[in-house]
Design a protein around this ligand. Structure first.
Ligand SMILES: [Zn+2]
Length: 261
């Protein structure tokens, strides 16, 4: 009886490109990326699109451009952070821009397993690079210490917005699936200057891979950081921020709003 690819253990499969991807390299790669991405990229096993939440993620990808092609000097940026927990090793720092058309452009995704002081340093470095309006950091139980630590550790110039994840994550209108609605409507742009290799480990590729696999992938840190950024921006721009000033890219107005905390 012929087995489906899923049923054949990797140790019994034969690599088709021995020079580059021998068995050892394949096993290493499988450990480095999650199973779903590995199956998709290396075993021609797609998972059912029916199960995927972000079916339209590939609609956002634009090749041959960088984020700089979509912004001007006044374009506001937002940074968001999904912190690792005891059970999840990855921390992701996600930065996007909101252009004059209200489209959101993925600018930068940093990912790493950092200690709290290292994380603070990375957040500070991203802040200095992009000068975002604010940095939204999840403030759930285990993570509450970082924003507090940053305030007293010489990072108090960074406008940190605590973000609380709860039932909002699964809310039909504002939860993770609202990102798919935005993708369908062409509101997100993920620029790639060139095509990255399938096993590229860069932050933006990891976001795309996580989004394609969600909710079946083994990690969702980048997806979470993406959603936190989108939601924190919506909350801020919908309340005491003057959304017109921001979407018009009024730098002065955007700057004056940086005092918020
Ligand atoms: Zn990449």
């Amino acid at each position: 009886m012929i087995k489906s690819l899923q049923e054949i253990p990797i140790r019994k499969t034969i690599g088709l490109w021995e020079e580059k991807w021998n068995r050892e390299a394949l096993i290493k790669q499988r450990a480095a990326i999650h199973e779903t991405a590995f199956n998709r990229g290396f075993r021609q096993i797609p998972f059912s699109d029916e199960l995927s939440l972000f079916k339209s993620i590939d609609k956002a990808i634009v090749y041959g451009v960088t984020y700089k092609d979509f912004i001007d000097v006044a374009t506001p940026f937002v940074t968001s952070v999904d912190l690792s927990t005891k059970t999840r090793p990855g921390t992701v720092i996600f930065t996007f821009a909101i252009n004059n058309d209200g489209k959101k452009i993925v600018v930068d995704v940093q990912r790493g397993s950092w200690t709290a002081p290292e994380t603070a340093k990375m957040i500070s470095s991203v802040y200095d690079t992009y000068n975002p309006l604010f940095v939204a950091i999840e403030d759930n139980a285990y993570q509450v210490a970082l924003p507090e630590m940053m305030k007293i550790s010489g990072y108090d110039h960074i406008p940190i917005v605590p973000f609380h994840t709860g039932t909002n994550k699964n809310n039909i209108e504002i939860g993770l699936q609202s990102l798919e609605v935005e993708l369908i409507n062409g509101l997100w742009i993920i620029p790639f200057e060139s095509v990255h290799e399938i096993n590229c480990g860069c932050g933006i590729c990891s976001l795309v891979q996580e989004a394609r696999a969600y909710p079946l992938g083994e990690s969702d840190d980048a997806v979470m950081a993406w959603w936190i950024g989108k939601e924190a921006y919506r909350e801020k721009s919908g309340s005491y921020w003057d959304v017109d000033d921001i979407s018009a890219g009024n730098k002065g107005a955007a700057r004056s709003l940086r005092g918020i905390n």
